[in-house]
Design a protein around this ligand. Sequence first.
Ligand SMILES: [Zn+2]
Length: 305
Amino acid sequence: MISRYLSDDLSRPRCLGLQFNDLAALVAGVKSVVYTSAGSAEDMRRLDELCAGLKLKKLVLEERRDISGARISDLLIGPRPADLRRAGKAYSDIMSLEWGEALGYPECCVKAYLGWKKKKDRLPRIKDLIFHILGSSPEGELFPFWMNNVPNYYSRLGLRSDRLNFVRFSELNSGVDRETVIPWHPCSYRCPGTMEKGRKIYEVLERYMPATAAFRKAFLSRPIVFSGKFSYVALDGECRRETGGFRVVHGGPAGPRAPGAGRLLRVLSAPGELKASGRGALYAAPGVRLPAGTRLLPFSAGAGG
Ligand SMILES: [Zn+2]
């Protein structure tokens, strides 16, 4: 039955608000509740059909209109009514530990996100969440591909310019599956709780949608040279550990593509080799200037096994 809803036929009609990774997390038992939305009567009908097919319950939290005036229903789905009710209560404060935990996120990751968010509310121009996570990650270790949240902009957009950049990001990557494996933001790229949960979600994706899972693995395994939320370059290559840090041999830029990557692309447009410290600080070739604070995110297909 699950294969009706998780399959490589991505054009199959479905509730567009429900992400595959969330549904896979339910199937894997990583989540007991998924927070989603239905943007049309058709979406709601598809969702009801899915709930009937998979024996899931639905709890509507709120009906609202989006900026274009379209009706949207925010809702929860999950197998157990008690879990839905508990999550429904926690929804009154979505910046709470209870809400994050009701959605199945590890406590350490919820706390880390809330800590960053509180700082950001005071200082809107604070560095992007990715830097915050990188700062809490161990030095000199590769990051499993399923921990990659760079193309996941949920809960990371705050500045007015972010909206426009996000539209440009969506245009640049249109037609590409850019959903991540984990549907939340980890506290560290080697967080044991999220590494375990992410692996289970990936196993479900691989079982039911092998081509999609393989694409995501390749897409999210690329080492990323990161200087900001919308300015980074994912490299078609592999990152290896070596004494004192990392070495990347690459064939040039690949997706996901970022709208503000111009300066980095001028340096990274040709195949080559990069070196970085265990903290990800890049050693630029003589005469090459990278934006201050640029870091290597050493995602890899081979890490965390
Ligand atoms: Zn964590």
